[in-house]
Design a protein around this ligand. Structure first.
Ligand code: PLP
Length: 406
């Protein structure tokens, strides 16, 4: 049964106070009540359309949450001040001291640090496994495992998670499957493949303009109520609330996400195909040589491309640095972390976004120090960008199949 996330977002119409085509922005932290009884009632249970205090929910954040909930085919959603806010509050909703998490070994460095360094201080421990090995995942699950955690397309190795298989493993062990879908919004719909909770860093493709940090959680009504519960909900009590003016601008950007994804995807496919054809070591799920190309083809929603992120192995750290400096000089894009921007961004994850992961674990997972992660932009002429990159590769002394000495 095909599912079209872009149409779900497009059909979400909310009017402003005067029939404005964009919903009005709530500029209030608190809300008046016509009677004290009504306020008491709202403290006891949620009432549709009634707001109490903006740390709990505010109308503008609710509009963005509703659009994301439709995009992910969930029942309910909450938006947050960052992707890490979404991830940490989700895990704190699901786990208590003594519980365990099983997590893919190829994940964003901040998530790794949360699981490896911070959560153990509260009695929640994590086993990191190779998600491409289902037997290893099964073996890591114990009676204490509450969460199986993965990224739909992992950062930065671009491993595709077999979501139906992971959901089956999690559920057989009485755990929940939590999926970070930051790299593949609209392309993958994890809840439709059995996931229980989806989180996003909205900072990336969904917002697309690299002007703010934000996140979201999409799941069942019951889960979002637990997340927001005024007595025990991590979102309500830790307070990573998104500012309403940012929520309004992200909602506007969400409406062009499908078009941007197509352009990011076709540009990335062009560049990856061109470099791979010349013999460079390129990793991109749209290439037939990618080990999970067929899996992604089976799981993805058609029409949004294969994503905007690819990697090129420059051989070693020094060569990678030389190449990135030249690419910035030649206006290929910016030497910067993050992704999903309209310009190309590149970085060496081993020395930036994955530096929290110890070298031995990075190497065991295949994250080499010369690996450059590219988030391909919306370039109007990708053939010209490819030419510029080839000139930079030559000048940096990086040739196909040849590992430069540094
Ligand atoms: N998840 C993934 C896959 C990421 O790449 C990142 C950030 O780079 C995050 C989560 C964290 O998001 P944020 O920076 O919005 O907190």
């Amino acid at each position: 049964m095909s599912f079209d996330p872009a149409s779900r977002v497009q059909d979400y119409l909310v009017f402003g106070e005067f029939g404005d085509v964009n919903p009005s922005i709530t500029d209030s932290s608190t809300y008046t009540f016509l009677s004290p009884e009504r306020m008491e009632e709202l403290f006891e249970h949620e009432i549709e359309g009634c707001f109490l205090y903006s740390r709990h929910f505010n109308p503008t954040n609710k509009y963005l949450a509703s659009a994301l909930e439709r995009m992910e085919d969930g029942e309910a959603a909450q938006v947050m001040a960052s992707g890490m806010g979404a991830i940490s509050t989700t895990l704190m909703t699901l786990c208590a001291a003594g519980d365990e998490i099983v997590c893919g070994r190829s994940i964003y460095g901040g998530t790794y640090a949360l699981l490896k360094n911070l959560l153990p201080r509260f009695g929640v421990n994590t086993r990191f496994v190779d998600l491409c090995k289902p037997d290893a995942v099964r073996a890591a699950m114990s009676a204490r495992t509450r969460v199986l955690y993965c990224e739909s397309l992992s950062n930065p190795l671009l491993e595709v998670s077999d979501l139906p298989q992971l959901a089956a493993i999690a559920h057989a062990a009485g755990a929940r499957l939590v999926v970070d879908n930051t790299f593949t919004p609209m392309i993958l719909s994890p809840l439709r493949h059995g996931a229980d909770v989806v989180v996003h860093s909205l900072t990336k493709f969904i917002n697309g303009t690299s002007d703010c940090v934000a996140g979201c959680v999409v799941s069942t009504r019951e889960f979002i109520s637990r997340l927001n519960d005024i007595n025990s909900g991590p979102s309500m009590l830790l307070g990573p609330v998104l500012d309403s003016t940012r929520a309004a601008s992200i909602l506007k950007n969400l409406h062009s996400l499908h078009i941007r994804l197509r352009q990011h995807g076709s540009n990335a496919l062009h560049l990856a195909t061109s470099l791979a054809a010349l013999g460079y070591t390129v990793h991109y799920p749209g290439l037939e040589t990618h080990p999970q190309h067929e899996l992604l083809a089976r799981l993805m929603n058609p029409g949004y491309g294969w994503g905007g992120v690819m990697t090129v192995d420059a051989g070693n750290h020094i060569a990678a640095n030389r190449l990135m400096t030249l690419m910035q000089r030649d206006k290929v894009g910016y030497l910067a972390v993050s992704l999903g921007y309209f310009k190309t961004l590149f970085t060496t994850p081993g020395h930036s976004t994955s530096s929290e992961i110890p070298i031995a674990e990075r190497e065991a997972a295949g994250l080499r120090e010369g690996l450059i992660r590219f988030s391909i932009g919306l370039d109007a002429d990708i053939a010209q960008t490819t030419e510029r990159i080839l000139v930079c590769l030559g000048e940096a002394g990086i040739y196909p199949g040849h590992r430069p000495g540094g």
